[in-house]
Structure formats: structure tokens, C-alpha cells
Write a protein that binds this ligand. Structure first.
Ligand SMILES: [Zn+2]
Length: 293
């Protein structure tokens, strides 16, 4: 049952959170309004005070802000934007919370918050905001938007985090076998090498996985399989859908069809709110050479 269908169920809002769809028994508190319900976790995520006395007013505002067809997280983001008003710091704090949560619904929510920040005045959109929104659009399979999100001031186009995001977007968009892949790859690896702040290990991982992806795009499947090896079975940090899809392509390229199928099934089952990557994975599965499905 889709989220929209569930919304039409008149009893539903008394049983589940309208935003995260968690049932009453799975949250600490659920406040039910006339059209919409919200759990304590989503209230906190929306950046509102946790004082339950304030919740009815918040619900009344949220009820008018649910766009048709939006994912719960995206609806929550738009509601949070409405609650935050013209408070850029509040919106950025909400974006910080969304960044920490993996998954396509939250990626879409992050894009919604970024758009709200931008709407307050282009000057609000820093390279950091734009870079992570571009990565979120990439995760959501919205490649056009990923390429279009830009920081406000030209000087910020030189920001390294922003450049990494843009190069990764370009790598995902480059056609397989394209001559553009090699220089993009070299640039991404260099950008990561120079970044020694924050978390060097995570950055090196990001560079390695980007390199593996580029090898798939360039048709070097055996090299790609080898480069992806350390990331294949890490449950704590599941690969982004485009990487899992690319790993499947690489495995298929070296004839390891069972393992390829496993990756594609993983992508097809993930990211249920966004059609792009699962559709790509299902396309691979429909064309696979295995005698069974
Ligand atoms: Zn919730």
C-alpha cells in the first residue's frame, strides 16, 4: 500500500505517523490531528520544541503543508520550512539533521530544505549546502537537479567539498566508455588527497569507491571489482545505490553473474520512494543471462 493510499484510510492517522509512517506502538508519543498525525521523533526532526503542549499548534500548521504525492520526509521538510519561516539558521540546522540520516526520502527532504534556503535569498546557499544537496539529488536519482544546484557566490565554486560533489555528479552522468571519465577521476582522487580535515579515512574511502565507479564506467570491470572489494560486505555503511548498481555491472562484466544479480536485487529492493535506481536495477535483472529468475 502506498503512502498516499494509506493517507486516504480514515483510521490511519490515529495509528501511524503521517511523516515517517511508524505505528503508534513503535514511537514514544504520537499526536493525532484531524488530517495528520506526527510522532515525537518527527517533531524533533522538524526542529520544533519537544514540549507536548505546543504540538497541537504545530499539527495545525503541518496539516496545511502536506503536498500531494510527497514522501513523508519531504512533506516533513516542507512543513519544517514553513515552521522555520525566514530563519536560515533554523533551516540549516534541520538540513544538518537530515544529512545524518541515510536514505532517499531524507535525501529528497534535504533537497526541499535547500530549495527553501535558496528561496530566502541566493546568498544563503553556501558551497557546503549546495554540495551536499547535489549529493542528495544524486542519491535520489535526480541527475538534472544534481548538476543544477550551485552555491550562491562565484568564489565558492572553488570550495573543495562542492567540487568533489560536482565531479561525482559528472562521473555518474558520463556515458560508459566516455573520454571524460579519466580526467574526472583524476580530479576527484586529487581533491580527496588534498582534503585532510574532518575524517581522512572516510575521504579516502570515498575516493576509492569513486575510483571503482569510474573504472566500471570506463569498462575496466576486473579492476573495478577489485577496487570495490573492501566495500562489498560492509553492513555499517551500505553502498550508495549507484555504486551497488555499478558493482553489479562490473561483476556481470567479469562473468560472476550470481554475485551481480545479488547487487542488482539489493538496489531493486532499496530506495522504495524513488524510482530511478530501482528501475535501473530491474532493467538489469530483466536482461540478465541467468536461466532462472
Ligand atoms: Zn514520525
Amino acid at each position: 500500500m502506498s503512502w498516499l493510499q494509506r493517507r486516504k484510510d480514515p483510521e490511519r492517522h490515529t495509528r501511524t505517523c503521517s511523516f515517517c509512517a511508524l505505528a503508534r506502538e513503535h514511537v514514544h508519543q504520537l499526536v493525532a490531528g484531524p488530517d495528520v498525525s506526527i510522532c515525537d521523533r518527527c517533531i524533533a526532526l522538524a526542529g520544533a520544541e519537544l514540549d507536548p503542549r505546543g504540538w497541537p499548534a504545530i499539527l495545525a500548521q503541518l496539516a496545511t503543508k502536506l503536498p500531494a504525492g510527497a514522501t513523508p520526509a519531504e512533506a516533513l521538510a516542507r512543513a519544517a520550512c514553513a515552521l522555520a519561516g525566514d530563519d536560515a539558521a533554523g533551516l540549516r540546522a534541520f538540513a544538518d539533521r537530515l544529512v545524518a540520516i541515510d536514505g532517499v526520502p531524507h535525501a529528497r527532504a534535504l533537497i526541499a530544505v535547500t530549495e527553501a534556503l535558496s528561496a530566502l535569498g541566493a546568498a544563503n546557499l553556501t558551497a557546503r549546502d549546495a554540495g551536499r544537496a547535489a549529493m542528495a539529488a544524486l542519491l535520489a536519482g535526480d541527475l538534472e537537479r544534481a548538476a543544477a544546484i550551485r552555491p550562491a557566490t562565484p568564489a565558492e565554486l572553488a570550495n573543495r567539498g562542492w567540487l568533489i560533489a560536482q565531479h561525482q555528479v559528472a562521473l555518474v552522468r558520463a556515458p560508459a566508455g566516455s573520454a571524460a571519465i579519466a580526467p574526472l577521476l583524476a580530479a576527484v582522487v586529487d581533491l580527496h588527497r588534498d582534503l585532510d580535515e574532518d575524517d581522512p579515512e572516510a575521504l579516502l574511502d570515498a575516493a576509492a569507491i569513486t575510483e571503482a565507479y569510474a573504472h566500471v564506467r570506463a569498462g575496466n570491470h576486473a579492476v573495478a571489482v577489485k577496487r570495490y572489494a573492501p566495500f562489498r560486505r560492509r553492513d555499517d555503511d551500505p553502498m550508495r545505490p549507484w555504486h551497488a548498481l555499478a558493482l553489479g555491472d562490473a561483476l556481470d562484466g567479469v562473468g560472476d553473474w550470481l554475485a551481480a544479480r545479488e547487487q542488482w536485487v539489493r538496489v531493486a529492493e532499496r530506495a522504495a520512494w524513488e524510482p530511478y535506481w530501482p528501475a535501473e536495477a530491474r532493467d538489469r535483472l530483466a536482461r540478465e543471462r541467468l536461466p532462472y529468475r
